[in-house]
Every structure is written in structure tokens, then in C-alpha cells.
Design a protein around this ligand. Structure first.
Ligand SMILES: Nc1nc2c(c(=O)[nH]1)N[C@H]1C(S)=C(S)[C@@H](COP(=O)(O)O)O[C@H]1N2
Ligand SMILES: [Mo]
Length: 513
């Protein structure tokens, strides 16, 4: 126990206030990255608003008008400064009590963030980060304050002042980063929300809708035939999702063309769009893996832009580049033939989600994403494989990436235990541009047997299958599957994803008991 002298009490209070600042600033920056409304100050503010009795709300609106939220934050800020100052002084007496106080605050913030309508596990992270950085700052500053207590005017005092200045600068830097990022994010997200996508020129008919319904195997644990945007796998090199304002977006088509073409977002929406359901696959997907998804894409066929530009003889590749400098080299043929290679603006009826390439991306049926599916695309250069290469080619992946015929068992999961007797199996198979014509299942060393195939929308979409294993006997069993495209059976030869996509049969093991 120490007797606080006035100056040391001032230092301790300063330590508390600065720790509070680091607490809220680090929480804010974390939230901007993960889940903006989960910022501790925002969540606390929303909770205070919710708990404010109506008479006080009315008074606030009366007195401050539209400044009522600013007034709330000013009051909350003042209250926080006073409480944080007391926490610092408390820390001078008992560090443990002060740490408990910070953790209690973090818990309240986490609860406030976690009880809003649409929360995820991510909503709790900002409070955790705030707690960790707040406690660390507090313990450090209190330590420096206490060890400098003994010399009134000497180096100890200077040491505390510089530590305090450091903590203050950290809080300001974190808050500044949070505010800059928040502004950039919310403006693009806001712009996305105001977009009204046009109807496709050829609206999918009732037959297609019926077909989508008939493409789902009704078996618990099967993936949805149409992958929801939130569930769609995401693969890219972007540490931070590029934030492109559609009003500023422009695509340039150049290189081996007669005439350079430029198109902006409004023109693109206005150019008569096509809707196509296409299954997208990542070359890194392992046999049985989940880096594959099926969505309905709305966009302009790339061939119509290329024909406007006029492709010169000798070209055999289109190098597409994203706003963040990533590149894919796509065989020219895949962009000029009749397939639905799209400059997509819509995904399952909505503007592309930011992480799936907003405002515009490429989608090319039959090719792995790394050679075709450029997100945040801004540049198409007509060129040759001899002169240019995509991002992954010099990193050991093949220059051309046709999707391999693949199939997987989705139900039951490998390692599951099932009761003996009749066991129902289900899975998914894909061979974009060729189509799935048959799937077979093999139990242990038995003969291969045909699975039931349900409908599918086109040769560019995956196809679900089901199989009844009539007589599962107790013990451990291995089950494998294989698919046929329009021409041949999926190879049994096992190869890893690099350099051109994994091959081999998906095998699961089940325990029957
Ligand atoms: N700009 C950009 N686009 C990209 C990538 C990338 O790293 N950057 N990755 C590609 C790869 S490897 C795949 S598999 C698909 C994945 O698209 P998705 O994240 O929408 O599922 O995007 C492609 N487009
Ligand atoms: Mo990929």
C-alpha cells in the first residue's frame, strides 16, 4: 500500500484515462474490420439509447435536436473520462481491482455488442481486443507512474510523461485509422445498397425455376443447390477487401484490339444483361473439399465487349487485372465462344457482395477461378500466353486451368457412425462445360453401382446425386464415388491440387453399429 501524493494521483488518473482511450480506439478499429456496430463505444451507445427512459429521450431531442447522438457521445465521453481516471487511481492501490474493472467494462461492451439483432462470433472480438490492449496499457503506465513516484523532478517524471505521450499517440493513431477505414467502407457499402440491378434480357423462365427445385436432393446435410452469397467460399490475395466506388469504376479493354473500349458501371448495367447459373471452383480444392459454389450470375457476356473492341489475329489470351493488381490469364477462346463468360454485376439477385468482387467480376464456366474469375476487375488486355501471364502462373500453377471432373460424398460425413440396414448417401458432382452424366458409388470392394442423379440447370452447374445402401452391416466401411462427364470417367489417379487441380476419388469411412 502506498500513500498517493497529489502528483502521483494525477499520473495515475492520466494512466487510467489514456488506457480508456486505447481501450475504445483499439476496439473501434477492430470492429471496423470485422463488424462495425460491435465497436465498444457504438454498442454501449446503442444500449444506453435502448435503456434511456422515454422522458429523457424526449428531453434530449428537445434540447439538442439532430445533435442528440452527438450529445449522447459527449456525455458518455465525459462520464468515461471520469470513470477511467478513478480506475487509474484504483490501479495505484490494487492492480487486480483495476484489471477486474476493465474486464467488467469489456464484458458489458461484449454483451451490448452480442445482443444486437444480427450478430456473429465476430461481434465479441472488438471487446476482447479492447480489454487486452486496455489492460496492457493500464498496467504499463501504472508501473511507470509508481516507479517514478520517488523522484519528483528527475528522470522518473520524464519517463512517465513520455510513456503517457506514447499511449496517447497510440490511441489517436488507432482512432484515426478506424475513422478513415470506416468512412471508406461505409461509403462503398452504402453505394452498393442503392443499386437496382436491371432485369436480365432473357429472364429465366418457369421451366428453369422448376428445374432449380428439382435439383436438390432432400437429405439432411446436403449442401443447397444454389449456394447463398454468405455461404459462398471466398478465395483471394486481398488482405483488405478492395473498396471500389461504382460511380468511379471503369473497365478498359485494350491490347491486340482494333479500338480500345472503355465502359463505366452505368453503361454496363444498361447494356442488356444475361443471367446464368454457373458453378465456380477453386483449383486448390482438395478431393472432397468445399472450395466450390453454385450461384446465379447477372452480367454482360465478355464476347460482346471483345467484339466491340475487335480482337486482332494472333491473340490467344485475355489478361484481366483487378483494382488491387491481381491478374488472371484466360484463354481467348473461352471468352469468345458461346458459353456464358460474364462480366458479372449480380450474384443470386443482388449486387456482388464486396468480398466477391463488387462492383464487377469475371465468371467463366469451365475454368478454375485462378485463370478466369477476376474480382474487382478493371482492365482486360487482349494478348498472348507467350507475352503475358496471370498471378499464379509464375508461382507454379499451370497457365491454363480447365476444371477437372469431380465428385464428392456429402452425406454422411466421413467418420460418422450410422445404424445398420438401409443407409442413404448423397453428394455433388461437377464437370462445367461438359456436364455430369453418371455417378457411381463403391462400398468397400463391391462392384461400382449407379447413383440416382437429380436434375440440374445446365452443363455449367453442379449436379447432386443420392444412393441407397440397402444392407449396411456392422463394422468399418470405406465408400467412394466417381463421376462421368459427357465423355469419360473421373480418374482414380491421385494427384495434388498443384499445378492443375486435384484428381482421385473421394473416399469416406463409416462405422456401422
Ligand atoms: N482480384 C482477385 N480476383 C480473384 C482472386 C484474387 O486473388 N484476386 N482469386 C481467384 C480465385 S483463385 C478464385 S478460386 C475465385 C474465388 O472467387 P470467390 O471468392 O468469389 O469464391 O476468385 C478468383 N478471383
Ligand atoms: Mo482459386
Amino acid at each position: 500500500m502506498t500513500t498517493d501524493r497529489p502528483r502521483s494521483r494525477r499520473h495515475l488518473a492520466t494512466a487510467g484515462v489514456l488506457s480508456g482511450a486505447v481501450f475504445f480506439a483499439s476496439g473501434w478499429l477492430t470492429a471496423v474490420l470485422l463488424d462495425p456496430p460491435a465497436a465498444p463505444h457504438a454498442a454501449l451507445g446503442a444500449t444506453v439509447v435502448d435503456l434511456t427512459p422515454p422522458w429523457l429521450k424526449d428531453f434530449a431531442v428537445e434540447a439538442f435536436g439532430t445533435g442528440d447522438k452527438a450529445a449522447l457521445f459527449v456525455v458518455m465521453g465525459l462520464v468515461s473520462i471520469v470513470l477511467a481516471g478513478f480506475a487509474g487511481i484504483l490501479a495505484g492501490r490494487s492492480r487486480r481491482a483495476a484489471v477486474v474493472a476493465v474486464l467488467a467494462l469489456a464484458t458489458v461492451c461484449a454483451l451490448a455488442a452480442g445482443t444486437r439483432p444480427d450478430t456473429s462470433a465476430m461481434s465479441f472480438v472488438p471487446a476482447l481486443v479492447a480489454a487486452a490492449s486496455g489492460v496492457a496499457t493500464l498496467l504499463l503506465l501504472v508501473h511507470v507512474a509508481r516507479s517514478s513516484q520517488l523522484d519528483e523532478h528527475g528522470p522518473g517524471r520524464r519517463r512517465f510523461l513520455s510513456a503517457a505521450a506514447g499511449a496517447g499517440a497510440l490511441a489517436v493513431a488507432l482512432a484515426a485509422a478506424g475513422s478513415v477505414l470506416a468512412r471508406a467502407r461505409s461509403s462503398v457499402m452504402g453505394a452498393r445498397e442503392t443499386i437496382v440491378l436491371p432485369e436480365p434480357a432473357h429472364t429465366p423462365d418457369e421451366a428453369t425455376a422448376a428445374r432449380i427445385d428439382a435439383s436438390q436432393v432432400e437429405l439432411s446435410g446436403m449442401p443447397d443447390y444454389v449456394t447463398a452469397n454468405e455461404d459462398f467460399y471466398r478465395i483471394d490475395t486481398a488482405l483488405r477487401v478492395p473498396q471500389l466506388d461504382p460511380a468511379q469504376w471503369e473497365l478498359r479493354v485494350h491490347g491486340m484490339v482494333d479500338e480500345e473500349v472503355r465502359i463505366d458501371y452505368a453503361e454496363l448495367l444498361d447494356s442488356g444483361l444475361t443471367e446464368a447459373m454457373v458453378t465456380l471452383t477453386c483449383v486448390s480444392n482438395r478431393i472432397g473439399g468445399t472450395l466450390v459454389g453454385n450461384a446465379s450470375w447477372l452480367g454482360l457476356p465478355v464476347r460482346s465487349l471483345l467484339s466491340r473492341a475487335g480482337v486482332r489475329a494472333g491473340a490467344d489470351m485475355v489478361l484481366s487485372t483487378s483494382a488491387d493488381g491481381w491478374k488472371a490469364g484466360t484463354p481467348l477462346e473461352a471468352l469468345t465462344d458461346e458459353r456464358n463468360a460474364l462480366l458479372a454485376v449480380g450474384m443470386n439477385g443482388q449486387p456482388l457482395p464486396l468480398e466477391h468482387g463488387f462492383p464487377v467480376r469475371m465468371v467463366v464456366p469451365g475454368l478454375y477461378g485462378y485463370v478466369s474469375a477476376t474480382k474487382w476487375v478493371t482492365d482486360l488486355k487482349v494478348t498472348t500466353f507467350a507475352d503475358d501471364e496471370g498471378y499464379w502462373t509464375p508461382r507454379g500453377w499451370s497457365a491454363r486451368g480447365p476444371v477437372r471432373t469431380a465428385s464428392r460424398i456429402d452425406v454422411p460425413r466421413s467418420g460418422a457412425t450410422v445404424p445398420p440396414g438401409e443407409v442413404r448417401l448423397g453428394g455433388t458432382a461437377w464437370a462445367q462445360q461438359r456436364g455430369i452424366t453418371r455417378v457411381q458409388v463403391q462400398i468397400d470392394d463391391d462392384d461400382w453401382r449407379d447413383a440416382e442423379l437429380v436434375s440440374t440447370v445446365s452443363i455449367d452447374t453442379w449436379r447432386q446425386w443420392a444412393f441407397t445402401w440397402p444392407d449396411a452391416t456392422p463394422g468399418r466401411h470405406e465408400i467412394r464415388c466417381r463421376a462421368w462427364d459427357d465423355n469419360e470417367v473421373q480418374t482414380a489417379e491421385v494427384m495434388p491440387p498443384a499445378p492443375s487441380g486435384a484428381t482421385g476419388h473421394h473416399v469416406i469411412s463409416l462405422v456401422v453399429e
